[in-house]
Design a protein around this ligand. Structure first.
Ligand SMILES: NC(=O)c1ccc[n+]([C@@H]2O[C@H](COP(=O)([O-])OP(=O)(O)OC[C@H]3O[C@@H](n4cnc5c(N)ncnc54)[C@H](O)[C@@H]3O)[C@@H](O)[C@H]2O)c1
Ligand SMILES: O=c1ccn([C@@H]2O[C@H](COP(=O)(O)OP(=O)(O)O[C@H]3OC[C@@H](O)[C@H](O)[C@H]3O)[C@@H](O)[C@H]2O)c(=O)[nH]1
Length: 390
């Protein structure tokens, strides 16, 4: 690990000046890993904005930590807090991570989803544009929606042709379902804010980078229902399956678990974000896919792998019925729809930032499920042992 005090060098051999970064949504999954990286390996300062700070508490206290004074937490909701503009003005760079980004919310709370991903992000773009601050905005791979190939007949040989499924930033269309499929409220709001950021770049000279994460996973992702989140809450798939494994329940496969995803380890992905932060000349004006095209599985295969890995790291037997099928209507409610397949094209990020992911799916699941077991197994045991209130 590089010492924060040693001068860091960018990809073109120039020394990197310490920055003040205004990170909005710093208390979330990605934000917590990014703060950790910035504190342990760089000299940059972070103004960390969020409604919650549980996931970065270990960085904020005790005062004796080597990065004391380089990270300051500001508890605020960007919807309605006048301090936002002043904090952006204090920074050299703004990173916006704040969003509602759990699929269970997209069709059940579409208004909150659209407001969070579009309306609430507007002032951030506006202040950055007005005060000439560089912006790294977090979008999503969901802006691609479904692949072109998904509209071909099931047995069409063209489905094997990458031209029909590979997702390219500067070429692929954004294909969403009908308006009544409210699943796409999130993707559509993210697409519009991307277009706005891009237009501010074109018309007002905003220096921006847009990140499209492809299923980043790892420790601290979302919550375990009934332990550090609501009992009835539905997090993203890693936390759903972790919860099932911790409780010894079958893993639920939505619509047969046929959808395909590529998963990237959070620590690999954070390396890419650090390259963007420290190489503005190479990152500005670009939209980057950040994912691991080599880690593709169906959701069913992901479940099978997680069952095997969890059994290994916890020393427990897999559940007798390892998986069950549930309909999407039963699991997510009316208006759910899904992306069929998500393989990121890596040409642009390879060329601009020389970044490639390193960690295999098996290895990233092993370290993540070891963390899940250590963090939650005892708490789950206690909850299960409690008599149900009559
Ligand atoms: N994790 C992934 O694989 C993934 C994939 C695609 C896109 N993204 C995008 O990356 C970003 C971060 O995702 P994450 O996985 O860390 O999610 P997360 O939910 O863990 O983090 C988001 C953080 O933003 C905060 N936040 C939300 N609204 C806020 C508001 N109004 N004011 C202040 N803080 C607010 C939340 O409290 C939370 O801590 C999101 O924009 C998401 O859409 C993530
Ligand atoms: O218990 C579960 C949970 C989820 N799933 C399925 O697993 C797949 C992945 O689900 P996730 O919860 O990780 O969410 P998705 O990959 O669909 O979308 C995510 O990707 C990009 C980001 O912008 C967001 O974080 C989120 O929208 C979906 O096909 C979902 O239907 C299950 O089969 N069982």
């Amino acid at each position: 690990m590089a010492s924060p005090s040693s001068t860091r060098i960018d990809l073109d051999g120039n020394p990197i000046k310490p920055l003040t970064i205004c990170m909005i949504g710093a208390g979330g999954f990605i934000g917590s890993h990014l703060c950790e990286k910035l504190m342990s390996e760089t000299s940059h300062k972070v103004l960390a904005l969020d409604v919650y700070n549980d996931k970065i508490k270990h960085l904020l206290e005790p005062e004796s930590l080597p990065w004391n004074g380089r990270i300051h937490f500001h508890r605020l909701n960007i919807k309605n807090d006048s301090r936002l503009e002043g904090l952006i003005k204090m920074a050299d760079l703004v990173i916006n991570l704040a969003a509602i980004c759990t699929p269970a919310d997209y069709n059940t709370r579409p208004l909150d989803t659209i407001y969070s991903n579009f309306i609430d992000a507007l002032p951030v773009v506006k202040y950055c544009s007005e005060t000439n601050k560089r912006l790294i905005h977090f979008s999503t791979c969901e802006v691609y929606g479904k692949t072109i190939g998904s509209y071909l007949p099931k047995d069409s040989p063209l489905r094997q042709d990458p031209a029909y499924y590979m997702l390219k930033e500067d070429v692929s269309p954004c294909i969403f379902g009908s308006i009544e499929k409210q699943r796409w409220s999130y993707a559509c709001a993210k697409q519009l804010i991307e277009r706005l950021v891009y237009a501010e770049g074109a018309e007002s000279g905003l220096e921006f980078t847009i990140v499209r994460p492809f299923n980043w996973i790892g420790p601290r992702m979302d919550f375990i229902p009934g332990i550090d989140g609501p009992s009835e809450g539905v997090p993203r798939v890693l936390a759903c399956f972790s919860n099932n494994l911790l409780r010894g329940e079958p893993l639920k496969l939505v619509d047969g678990g046929e959808s395909q995803r590529t998963f990237v380890y959070i620590k690999d992905a954070i390396e890419a974000v650090l390259l963007m932060i420290e190489n503005p000349a190479r990152a500005n004006g670009h939209i980057f896919n950040v994912g691991n095209p080599n880690n593709e599985v169906t959701v069913r295969q992901l479940a099978e792998m997680m069952i095997q890995v969890y059994s290994k790291v916890s020393g427990t037997q897999p559940p007798e019925t390892p998986t069950i099928d549930v309909s999407s209507k039963e699991f997510y409610g009316e208006g759910y729809d899904d992306s069929d397949k998500r393989i990121p094209d890596m040409t642009i990020i390879n060329k601009q930032l020389e970044w490639n992911p390193k960690t295999s799916l098996w290895d990233l699941l092993e370290s993540t499920l070891t963390y899940q077991h250590r963090t939650y197994a005892e708490a789950i045991k206690k909850v299960i042992a409690q008599p149900i209130a009559s």
